[in-house]
Ligand binder design. Structure first.
Ligand code: PAF
Length: 306
């Protein structure tokens, strides 16, 4: 069986892509920051199913971290990630792109936005709220690196998880507005048995906190159930849905709720009522205790109302 090719440079990726193009083969890209888990695996499986060739990128992108955030501590597990990709059941990915920071940021990169030089991509209107309000440079960083990866790979399709709902909206608008020729595929959130959304940051949690964190999804589901009942009779007031969610979430001691929001599914504007047929993204960010440290880990999750 052919082994997975590992590329370190954009030039290598471009050569590989050119060969696929000559052979009239479609290419799927799964962008990741590594620390691969079942959520990534479902994106990879879908890419393998949809495309002739699949490539996974593993790059912990500095520009989406603020100076005080966990860039240095972010899990880097390339050996385990490669082992997982090599043991993938059935068809395997064809290539993995693991660039150095200097390859992706030829003009250099600082996490301090005032020191940054060079080109960056901002997707205005959907980047400032929700995750963007506590992480003002986050989506600029995501949009910038995703643009670079799309430019390097020019994939037929690119895959993202619904868990990062706002990231999906930002990328969809990026691809639309910058006329990038690719199809953005968004796949459902993968969850632990207790409902906790899978995330590389779950590695920071003790078993006890992981169990307690199940309440995040449960509270969203309570809001969703309430909406499903009420929406049969027309638009539903956001305040009433929020009350169902906070009732459950407020019970969990030691958890700090950063936000719970109901937003328009395409523009992410704040809603006052949810119209059946238009629906909403119900999203939350919660800070929970981190294993063996006084710091907290920030967990996000969302459900979609239809
Ligand atoms: O979702 C992620 O892991 C990252 O934000 C992404 C899309 C790989 C960009 O760095």
């Amino acid at each position: 069986m052919k082994s997975i090719q590992i590329f370190r440079t954009v030039a290598q990726v471009r050569q590989w892509r050119a060969n696929a193009l000559f052979a009239h083969q479609s290419v799927g890209l799964v962008p990741t920051m590594g620390a691969l888990h079942d959520g990534h695996c479902s994106l990879i499986s879908q890419s393998l199913q949809d495309n002739d060739k699949s490539i996974v990128s593993i790059f912990v992108n500095p520009s989406q971290f603020a100076p005080h955030e966990d860039l240095d501590a972010y899990p880097r597990t390339v050996d385990a990630d490669m082992a997982l990709l090599n043991q993938f059941p059935g068809k395997k990915v064809d290539a993995v792109f693991i660039p150095k920071v200097s390859e992706m940021y030829p003009s250099g990169i600082s996490t301090n936005i005032d020191e940054q030089r060079g080109a960056f991509v901002a997707v205005k209107g959907c980047s400032e709220q929700l995750e963007g309000s506590s992480r003002p440079q986050f989506f600029r960083g995501v949009a910038t690196v995703v643009t670079k990866l799309l430019n390097a790979v020019t994939p037929t399709r690119v895959y993202f998880g619904q868990k990062d709902a706002q990231q999906c909206v930002v990328v969809q608008n990026l691809v639309k507005d910058l006329l990038i020729e690719t199809t953005v595929k968004v796949l459902p959130t993968k969850r632990e048995a207790n409902g906790l959304a899978m995330s590389s940051r779950n590695a920071y949690l003790s078993e006890e906190t992981k169990q307690k964190s199940a309440v995040i999804y449960q509270s969203l589901v309570n809001g969703e159930r309430f909406y499903q009942e009420k929406s049969q009779h027309g638009p539903v007031n956001v305040g009433e849905i929020l009350a169902r969610i906070t009732d459950t979430l407020n019970d969990s001691t030691g958890f700090d709720i950063e936000y719970i929001a109901l937003s328009h599914p395409e523009t992410l504007e704040d809603l006052e009522v949810v119209e059946p047929g238009v629906g909403a993204v119900v999203s939350t960010a919660v800070r929970v205790p981190r294993e063996g440290s006084s710091q907290q880990t920030r967990l996000i999750d969302n459900v979609i109302l239809h």
